[in-house]
Design a binder for this molecule. Structure first.
Ligand SMILES: [Zn+2]
Ligand SMILES: [Zn+2]
Length: 84
């Protein structure tokens, strides 16, 4: 098993570009990390909004006379369950 050696930020980048690591691949990987983190946050807020919308629609359904099938959101399944 080989362990990857950590590259100093002021050393030449191991990719062979001749630039310093901090100006080459380190910046690239950090950029990717930041982008994926933003993507995750965006995804999480979309999911949160979807869940909030689901709760709101369930509350609206529950406001009926209480007879007939009801739709209940199941977070585990990610869809509505129709309860007779
Ligand atoms: Zn590089
Ligand atoms: Zn289900």
């Amino acid at each position: 098993m080989t362990r990857q050696r950590t590259v100093g930020r002021n050393e030449r980048c191991p990719c062979g570009s001749g630039k310093k690591f901090k100006q080459c691949c380190e910046a690239k990987t950090q950029g990717l990390d930041r982008k994926s983190r933003v993507l995750l946050v965006a995804l999480a807020s979309i999911v949160a909004a979807a869940i909030l919308l689901g709760i709101a629609s369930v509350a609206r359904n529950g406001g009926s006379d209480g007879t007939g099938p009801r739709q209940v959101w199941s977070p585990e399944h990610g869809h509505y369950h129709t309860i007779p």
